[in-house]
Every structure is written in C-alpha cells, then in structure tokens.
Ligand binder design. Structure first.
Ligand SMILES: Cc1ncc(COP(=O)(O)O)c(C=O)c1O
Length: 460
C-alpha cells in the first residue's frame, strides 16, 4: 500500500496548498517558510527526500538527533516487537522493565566516578523537560540536605536549554527570550567562553580563563548560600559552536565543589557520540553532577530524553516517607516502553559499532576539509567543534575579524539547502552535525556541496 502524498492529502481535504499549510505552526518564520515550504516525505540512511522528490544529504542528523541514520532496521524491529507486549505503563504507580534496563545501561556508559558510584536516571520526552527536571532536582536536593536557601541557577548568555519557562529562564538567547518575558526568577547569566570574540577583550592562553574564574566571583557575589547549580552545554550550539578552552570545564568543576553547587551539563546535543565519546564529559575529562541528554538517545525514532544524576545525589531522595517526598517531578509519558525499547536499540547500535570512534575519524576528515575551504575562500575566520559537531564562522576579513553585513551565513545555508545539503545556519555561522554513521564519501559530499554553495554566494 503506498502512502498518501501531499497532493493526495490536499485534494482529499478539498482545499488549496496554501490553506492546507495554514493550520500548522512551524519553527521557522512562517511567512518565509510558506514561500517555499520544506516538507520532508521520507528518509533513509543519511538522506531525506521532500514531497517534491528532491533529495537532501542530512548533514545535521535532522537536528543532531538521527545519529545512527534514518530507518535503521534494528530500531524499527525493536519498536515493532515492543508494540506486541506493552506500549504504555502507568507512570503514577511505577515503571516498566525496558525503562529500568535503559537506566542501567545509561549508568554504565556515563562517565565514571571514583568508586563506581553510578548514575540514577529520570526519563522524559524532550530536552526542555530534562533541563527543567535538572533545575528542580538541584533545588530539591539542597532542601533535602538542609540548604533550603540554595535555589539560584547560573547559566550562560547565548545558551539554549529549552523552551519551557524554566529551561527558557536558564537559556541565554535574547531572540527567543524577550518575546516571552517576564521569565521565571532565580536565573543568573554569565558570559560564555567565546574565545574567537572574547567578551573580556583577552586572548587565550594568556587570558587567565577569565570567563571561568569569574563564575566563582559571581557565586560569591550572589552568596553561595543561595546558589544551587551551574548549567552549561559543554560545547554551546546556539552561539555558533562555542567550544571551550580545555581549562574551562575543570575550573567550573573546582568552583562548584568549593561552593557546594551542582555542576550540570546539558548534553542534549553533545551526548551519544557526537563529540567522539559517548558524552562530552568524557571528551573533556570532567564529570558533572548531572547530565541532561535527549536527541541522539531516541535517534529521532521516538521522543526520549534522560536526566542522569550521580548516585550520591539521587540517594538523598530515598529517605523515609514522613520526611522525604522523593523526587517531585514527572510527566505522563516518562519512561514510555516503546521509547525505551528504541533507546536501548539505538544505544546498543552505537556501542556495538563503536560509532564514537567513527565520529572522531569522520570529524577529523570534516575539519580538514573545512580548513581547505577556509584557505580557498579566505572568508572563514574560525572553525570550532569536536567530532561530528563542527561550526564555521564567516568573516569578511579573517585578519580583522570584520563581520559580513549581509547575513552571509544565511545566504550560504539557504544556497546549500537549494543544492540539497541540510545544515544549521545563522547570519554569521554554519554548523554541521552529520549522522555518526557517515562514511568518508558522505563527508566529502558534504564538503563538496558546501564548497559549491559558498562559491555560488560569493559569485558577483
Ligand atoms: C543544548 C540543548 N538543550 C536543550 C534543548 C531543548 O530540547 P527540546 O527541543 O527537545 O525540548 C535543545 C534543543 O535544541 C538543545 O539544543
């Protein structure tokens, strides 16, 4: 049986394409989107096809989600099989074996604490839900351990932790915040480690890593008795792939320990092999107290996210019922058995095929290719990222770092899309995050299409 195409659906609805598309909000600016609406119809491996039959090389894993590729038989089979036994378990009364199994596997693959302490996991459906859960965990943990006044969350400008009100409060993107203000109180923002354009006018390595050391001063100024947690993306995305200097995260770890503040990594993009290790915490050699992950865990097959916290923190929630309500947080679909079956299959696929190693190898190939493009065109000022999470910043003049004034990054990104290449683009940068299963040829194809797109935009 063939599936209905877009023209079939429009004709069944007895309407016009324009009217048909008016009933959905998309993430893009709607008026712009509807001029040339991108509507994907099917996908396979590292490729998409839109409703017009046009093929796209998915250099973004959807949006850093489809790590093991589209329509992977192992995951499809795991989902099919799970549907035959249990597709929903009552979340108010307990959980199901798949969720427990996946929690155990996550605890195994997450970074190790000395003594093999392990991790305890809270499942949700999306990234925003787990960053929000992490904020609640930090506040409840401090209450349970007698530090009732610790509630403030320190996060960074330009960050993105999600679109629910709490996670949005932690986020630092004015373009997404201002329109929703006032936001929840209790969030303090600091400058991120944007070394290429240091907010303090300094230069690494002679900068003293001011962006990190200042966080200790901020905790001091705010009063450590009021600060619950610091949350950062190990490599920031929305500011244009903010890859910190190697000293940065260890300094944060040290200050958080000093002030009894939880260090929380938002690994919703960086988790599950993207930076060349299972978690970026392992790439940077710094173990946080809490890891938020999502996207690559469900692989795009199911909505699935997870908040991992150190056992010693979780243990505080196991007290007697008279004094301890447990972790007060939950959603209807948490730990859904279909989602967890898919998550297990995705994770086993990453482990069995050592896709983290492939991310390192192909990431090195991608970086080398981007460096060649930088030499060829002289308009790439900086190449940032790790593994298969890379970004390039465009500059009119790399020597002076002068920016383009014509939304050059957007032009290149749109041209790339026209040429059949899916990337993430902004006025000044482009990010690339292809599936972990990408082959050398596919990496070369990405570079080829990018090369062509930059060349076409630069043509007088
Ligand atoms: C780093 C980071 N954190 C949190 C989120 C929010 O995740 P979701 O959109 O699944 O709610 C995102 C989404 O892009 C993200 O990139």
């Amino acid at each position: 049986m063939s599936l209905a195409t877009l023209p079939d659906l429009i004709s069944t609805a007895q309407t016009t394409e324009e009217e048909f598309l008016r009933h959905i909000f998309v993430r893009d600016q709607m008026a712009e989107w509807s001029k040339q609406p991108l509507i994907m119809e099917r996908a396979e491996g590292v490729y998409y096809w839109d409703v017009n039959g046009k093929k796209y090389l998915d250099a973004l894993s959807g949006i850093y989600v489809v790590g093991i590729g589209h329509r992977h038989p192992r995951v499809l089979e795991a989902i099919r099989k799970q549907f035959e036994t249990l597709h929903f378990s009552p979340p108010m009364h307990g959980t199901n074996p798949l969720a427990i199994q996946l929690a155990n596997l996550l605890s195994e693959v997450a970074p190790e604490y000395p003594g093999g302490e392990g991790w305890t996991v809270k499942f949700q459906c999306g990234g925003s839900e787990v960053t929000e859960a992490a904020i609640k965990l930090a506040r409840q943990y401090h209450r349970l351990t007698g530090n009732h006044g610790k509630y403030k969350i320190i996060s960074r400008y330009q960050s993105w932790h999600g679109s629910t009100m709490g996670s949005l409060g932690a986020s630092g993107l004015k373009s997404r915040k201002t329109v929703n203000e006032p936001l929840a109180p209790g969030f303090i923002h600091v400058f991120p480690p944007t070394c290429y354009r240091c907010p303090f006018g300094k230069q690494h390595p002679d900068c003293g890593i001011t962006c990190a050391t200042l966080i200790s001063d901020v905790i001091d100024m705010e009063d450590p008795a009021t600060v619950a947690a610091v949350i950062v993306e190990p490599i920031g995305h929305t500011g244009g792939i903010i890859d910190p200097p190697e000293e940065y995260l260890p300094i944060l770890r040290e200050f958080c320990d000093k002030h009894n503040v939880l260090l929380m990594f938002d690994e919703i993009i960086t988790g599950f092999g993207r930076t060349g290790q299972m978690f970026a915490a392992q790439t940077f050699g710094v173990t946080p107290d809490v890891i938020c992950c999502g996207k690559g865990l469900g692989g795009g097959y199911v909505p699935l996210s997870a908040m991992l916290c150190r056992r010693t923190i979780a243990d505080q929630f196991w007290g007697p019922i008279a004094k301890n309500p447990g972790f007060v947080e939950g959603h209807t679909n948490e730990g859904n058995p279909i989602s967890c079956a898919a998550g297990l299959a995705v994770l086993q696929e990453i482990l069995e095929h050592d896709l983290c190693a492939n991310a390192r190898t192909q990431g090195a190939r991608l970086r080398a290719g981007l460096e060649k493009l930088a030499k060829k065109y002289g308009i790439i000022g900086d190449i940032r990222g790790k593994g298969l999470f890379m970004g390039i910043e465009f500059t009119r003049n790399p020597a002076t770092k002068e920016r383009f004034t014509n939304d050059f990054g957007l032009q290149v990104g749109r041209r790339a899309l026209h040429n059949g290449l899916l990337t993430r683009f902004d006025p000044h940068w482009i990010a690339i995050g292809p599936p972990l299963v990408s082959t050398p040829q596919q990496i070369d194809d990405i570079l080829g299409l990018l090369d062509r797109s930059i060349g076409e935009v630069l043509k007088p």
